[in-house]
Design a protein around this ligand. Structure first.
Ligand code: PLP
Length: 386
């Protein structure tokens, strides 16, 4: 058969992170530092809530927007923690992970020719969807500003075609959190502008010191902001596929249709487990953070000792050292490191062209694995020089 396919589907590439981790099957003894999911089990009480839902036959569809009880729990959780509120009746949609929230909101708001500003380097899950919608990406380079998005630079990029600006802090891949004064400057600029603000704060619960500043806590942005979150990272629930999308009622009315025709609703046993996570397992993220902080400190100190310059991350579970001085592209470095050094990391170029010259290391691994991995990286780099 030679029927035409959607050319926008054909140009999509296998996700860069997967391209690398998929190679690992050929290197069974390699240390894998590529994966972005917590290495802790889902909390027992949360698993039990899911099991109970299944045993009680709570396995049918839910309301398209999700169980009202869960939407209530979402609102209560974020109100108590960050002081902002969304109406569970018409401003919150439970999605199949944050991924579906991102897809749904982009497909609801974007049209052909729109521009979306992405501070970069950034997570690789945004660009393909923007392209799929026929919109154009405009990068905001953060490499010269310690990975903080500069309001001044952002102002220069806004045109009459700009439909949205997208933030993700704490950041995948850099682990950087936004400084409060940076958020204030961005908010001051964006209040004036007729553009949507999308904020993926899925790592907010993995903030290691100080408090996370949420864009959603600024009432002046309320009518144009979409807040994306989920339980994959905070409660180690990547496979349960539970995400949250919140926004102003008049647009959410459209969003919920796009979501409904795509997926009807999020997994219902997963939604019951999510209620338990939000109401009774609030301490889970801070318990994980104790481990992440130890690992972050260890990996940071080792990288500094090896001589790879790196911004000390204050959130998520990634670290993003520069390999620029080694004179190789990040893809060549990562390939050589896997083949000759026995460690898998993600090339920075996976996270937009502004990630070139860096590699991403995930420390969602045990100390034992991290020690072995860093020993191997150190030896590999010594041999490169020799
Ligand atoms: C920044 C960011 N947003 C969204 C996602 C997707 O999360 P989910 O599992 O909720 O779809 C990820 C996953 O790695 C991520 O790093």
């Amino acid at each position: 058969m030679s029927l035409d396919l959607n050319p926008r589907a054909k140009v999509l590439k296998v996700p860069g992170i997967r391209q690398f981790s998929n190679q690992l099957v050929h290197f069974p003894n390699a240390i894998n530092l590529t994966i972005g999911q917590p290495d802790f089990p889902t909390p027992k009480a949360v698993k039990n809530a899911g099991i109970q839902a299944i045993e009680q036959n709570l396995t049918g569809y839910s309301h398209n927007a999700g169980l009202l009880e869960l939407r209530d729990a979402v609102n209560t959780f974020f109100t108590n923690k960050y002081g902002f509120s969304y109406d569970p009746q018409n401003e919150i949609v439970i999605t199949n992970g944050a991924s579906e929230a991102i897809d749904t909101v982009f497909r609801t708001i974007l049209k052909e020719g729109d521009e979306v500003i992405l501070p970069a380097p950034c997570y690789s899950g945004y660009e393909p969807i923007i392209h799929f919608c026929g919109a154009k990406i405009v990068y905001l380079d953060t490499t010269e500003t310690n990975f903080q998005p500069s309001a001044e630079k952002l102002a220069e990029l806004i045109t009459e075609k700009t439909k949205a600006v997208f933030f993700n802090y704490p950041s995948n891949p850099t682990g950087v959190v936004l400084r409060k004064e940076t958020v204030n400057q961005l908010v001051d600029l964006l209040i004036e502008k007729d553009i949507y603000i999308l904020t993926d704060e899925i790592y907010s619960e993995n903030t290691f010191s100080g408090t996370h500043t949420s864009f959603a806590a600024y009432p002046a942005l309320r009518n144009k902001l979409f807040y994306i979150h989920g339980l994959s990272k905070s409660h180690s629930m990547t496979g349960w596929r539970i995400g949250f999308l919140m926004g102003p009622a008049e647009v959410m009315e459209q969003v919920v249709k796009v979501h409904a025709f795509n997926t009807i609703c999020a997994s219902v046993p997963g939604q019951y487990a999510a209620i338990e996570a939000l109401i009774n397992s609030k301490d889970t993220p801070s318990e994980m953070n104790i481990e992440y902080i130890k690992r972050r400190d260890y990996v940071f100190n080792r990288l500094m000792a090896i001589g790879l310059p790196v911004e000390k991350p204050n959130g998520a579970f990634y670290i993003f050292p520069s390999i620029e001085r080694l004179g190789m592209t990040s893809f060549d470095f990562a390939t050589k490191l896997l083949h000759e050094g026995g460690v898998a990391v993600v090339p920075g170029s996976v996270f937009t062209p502004f990630g070139e010259g860096y590699i991403r290391i995930s420390y969602a691994y045990s100390m034992e694995v991290l020690e072995k991995g860093l020993d191997r990286i150190e030896e590999f780099i010594l041999n490169l020089k020799g």
